[in-house]
Design a protein around this ligand. Structure first.
Ligand code: PLP
Length: 408
């Protein structure tokens, strides 16, 4: 780790080839996906050019090397989130796949009519629908932790919601829509007092905060490669060893078995048991490079930089007439959702795009949040480590122009 210098977004930016093609682009859609540094792109290209083979099967040099590289990434990811062993790291297709795996393989087999599953009001659909489907299947009840108009979870209601019937808590760490950072440490501890297992959706937190799954004592932690400077199509599910060992396979096919006969099949140990078929090998290797990229940066500096950008964006946007920020939690990350009075969020995004500001508009896969605030959607600016202050200015100036245009 480099502790000697402050995080310099301009230098970091140089590591991302996309910005050399779009030097004036304020890319503020990082909650949707981050850009990729050259080291990640090179790792993928090198694999295909010099190392491509399928894993776990071949005995020739290429195949052995590919397997070694692929398996090596488990240890790197384990180090990133302080998981106790590489075997607690399951490769998935992304956050969505990891959550579905836990809902279907961990929760559902033991879920009974009358049981309860607790989620929060600010879940991404990926951390809502899998639990809703499991509950529907088994006649269990989905309970939802309410939130305030600032986008902060009601801890009193949460505590009262936990009961001997609660079988699971599934909670987003950082809201992709509101930017709220939830007090997961405290919430996990409260659930554990009643022996309730907890899954944390870390899709938005993995690139912003240091994660220590052992300190959190979290049962499952899911995230996506593409939101942490890695490729699409690959993600991680961390699970406690005892949980993974007890979970039945989720998908069936090659590479997840021990012995197969027509009468009976036995399965490999975790994590292989959950990795049926040919997995995204190049993606995993690219993800390994993304982990290396993140680890070369200083976590405190990342957080200071993002805090600075988030605060500046919130302050500047709050000064714009007719602009309402959706989500005003004290503890929030550099993701700012807003509505501009009288202008549809998609129109705002379209006009911003003309000024080289890339943002996302819509419900952000969190429709209940939109219903709660009685809006159709928001426009969302989400920042990352390579964003600079001029991008906040570009966003604010462009919004001022849009407001003037629509008021005229
Ligand atoms: N959870 C949160 C909080 C997200 O922001 C996202 C993606 O936007 C997801 C889950 C789903 O991630 P993926 O589409 O990579 O599976």
């Amino acid at each position: 780790m480099n502790h000697n210098s402050m995080l310099d977004p301009a230098t970091i930016r140089q590591q991302f080839p996309l910005f050399s093609h779009y030097p004036r682009l304020a890319y503020l859609d990082n909650a949707a996906t981050t850009q990729k540094p050259k080291s990640v792109i090179d790792a993928i290209t090198n694999f295909y050019e010099k190392g491509n083979a399928n894993i776990h099967r071949g005995v020739y040099e290429l195949a052995v090397r590919a397997t070694h590289q692929y398996e090596g990434v488990r240890g790197k990811v384990a180090a990133l989130i302080n998981a106790p062993k590489p075997e607690t790291i399951v490769y998935t297709a992304g956050t969505t796949a990891g959550i579905n795996l836990v809902a279907q393989s961990f929760l559902e087999p033991n879920l009974q009519a009358g049981d309860e599953v607790v989620i929060s009001f600010m879940e991404h659909h990926a951390n809502l629908i899998p639990w809703q489907m499991a509950c529907k299947e088994k006649g269990a009840k989905l309970r939802v932790i309410p939130m305030s108009k600032d986008g902060v979870l009601d801890m009193k209601a949460y505590k009262e919601m936990l009961s001997p019937r609660t079988r699971m808590l599934a909670l987003v760490h950082v809201s992709n829509t509101l930017g709220t950072v939830n007090p997961i440490e405290e919430m996990i501890a409260l659930a554990h007092r009643r022996d309730i297992p907890v899954l944390v959706d870390g899709a938005q937190s993995i690139a912003h905060f240091p994660i220590d799954v052992q300190a959190l004592d979290v049962d499952f932690f899911a995230f996506s490669g593409h939101k942490m400077f890695g490729p699409t199509g690959v993600g991680i599910l961390y699970g406690k060893e005892e949980h993974l060992a007890a979970m039945p396979p989720w998908q069936f096919g090659g590479d997840m078995i021990r012995d197969v006969a027509f009468e009976e099949t036995t399965f490999a140990e975790a994590p292989q048991r959950f990795e049926a078929g040919t997995t995204p090998i190049a993606g995993v290797i690219g993800l390994g490079a993304a982990v290396g990229f993140l680890q070369a940066l200083d976590n405190n500096e990342i957080q200071q930089h993002l805090k600075k950008l988030g605060r500046a964006a919130r302050e500047k946007l709050a000064r714009i007439d007719g602009l309402r920020i959706i989500g005003n939690a004290e503890n929030s990350t550099a993701t700012v959702s807003f509505v501009l009075e009288g202008v549809h969020p998609h129109d705002v995004a379209t006009f911003l795009a003309e000024d080289q500001v890339a943002v996302r508009a819509g419900h952000h896969c969190t429709q209940p949040i939109m219903d709660f605030f009685e809006i159709a959607g928001t426009t969302r600016a989400s920042f990352s480590i390579y964003n600079e202050m001029w991008e906040v200015e570009q966003l604010a100036e462009s919004l001022e122009n849009i407001r003037r245009f629509f008021l005229a």
